[in-house]
Design a protein around this ligand. Structure first.
Ligand SMILES: NC(=O)c1ccc[n+]([C@@H]2O[C@H](COP(=O)([O-])OP(=O)(O)OC[C@H]3O[C@@H](n4cnc5c(N)ncnc54)[C@H](O)[C@@H]3O)[C@@H](O)[C@H]2O)c1
Length: 269
């Protein structure tokens, strides 16, 4: 049977890489994103290669949109085997300067988006009974602490612990659903231009967004580090292998393991 993969944030970056990787395995692909033009462009590209595609313009922070995505997927393809809760955004200023709109936007997409995905899809996967996989995109910033992009780190730490709880509860139930949490370092994508998808209702009309403070390589230039980052295709290869091997924590950048260890040791001390 042809497998069905659903990817949120599919129109760009890591999501697009996942869509192309799963399409190469002859899966049916559901592309979900808020950015209509990029979504249509990817749909045309995949269809020209003979891929069976469904596109859904939607907002992951909206529970009804995610429920509609799940219903549409089942109507169109009759099943779901892989769900990638991947859509994400970033914005950065000192934590105490973040507006309520900043918090609502980043937590709405990065954390609530994953929560809505779990609520809409897990009951359908359980009813279906086939072997299924849920890949939640967190970040290396979901595993380490420290200053910079605090709001984003809160959302991504949330995604990690949510994934851990989900995996344990599904295992205790004996469900045929494996959970994976993707924790990349820099990947060359559109993430630093996340503002392009910020809804009008959550704008800060009278504030300039400062450039991203977070750097992982210590260069002080987040954009240069991001642009020199891993390709989405390589990240997608890691994800595909993790699905094959049953790996829970997907580390694409093992060079940051020392920072995780250092944080854990500080906690234990
Ligand atoms: N690029 C990196 O260095 C990096 C590192 C670690 C984790 N991540 C995570 O990877 C995921 C994908 O980001 P990316 O780097 O590919 O960035 P990207 O901007 O290239 O892609 C993100 C996609 O999410 C979509 N999106 C944004 N808000 C949405 C919403 N409300 N509803 C539906 N779709 C929405 C965008 O339109 C875009 O297509 C994110 O969760 C991000 O936090 C990225």
């Amino acid at each position: 049977m042809q497998k069905v993969a659903v990817i949120t944030g599919a129109a760009s970056g890591i999501g697009r890489g996942l869509a192309e990787r799963f399409a190469a395995e002859s899966m049916k692909i559901v592309l979900a994103d808020v950015e209509e033009e990029a979504l249509a462009e990817l749909e045309t590209d995949l269809k020209s290669k003979g891929v069976d595609v469904l596109t859904v313009k939607m907002d992951v922070s909206n529970a009804a949109d995610v429920e509609n995505l799940a219903a549409h997927t089942l109507d169109a393809f009759g099943a779901v085997h892989i769900l990638c809760n991947n859509a994400g955004v970033v914005c950065s200023r000192p934590i105490w300067e973040h507006t309520v709109a900043d918090w609502e936007w980043v937590l709405g997409v990065n954390l609530w988006g994953v929560i809505h995905g779990i609520r809409a899809f897990v009951p359908r996967m359980l009813a279906q009974g086939d072997a299924c996989h849920i890949v939640n995109t967190a970040s290396i910033l979901g595993l380490i602490g420290g200053g910079g992009t605090g709001i984003y780190k809160v959302s991504k730490h949330g995604v990690v612990v949510l994934s851990e709880a989900l995996a344990d509860e599904l295992a205790q139930k004996g469900a045929n659903i494996q959970v994976h949490v993707l924790c990349p370092g820099w990947v060359s994508t559109g993430i630093l231009d996340s503002d392009r998808n910020r809804p009008d209702a959550l704008q800060n009309p009278d504030m300039e967004d400062p450039p991203l403070q977070q750097t992982l390589g210590g260069s002080g230039n987040a954009r240069a580090e991001m642009e020199a980052g891993m390709s989405p295709a390589r990240v997608a290869e890691h994800v595909y292998n993790a699905i094959q091997n049953g790996t829970f924590y997907i580390h694409t950048h093992p060079e940051y393991k020392a920072a995780i260890r250092e944080r854990m040791e500080r906690i234990l001390e």
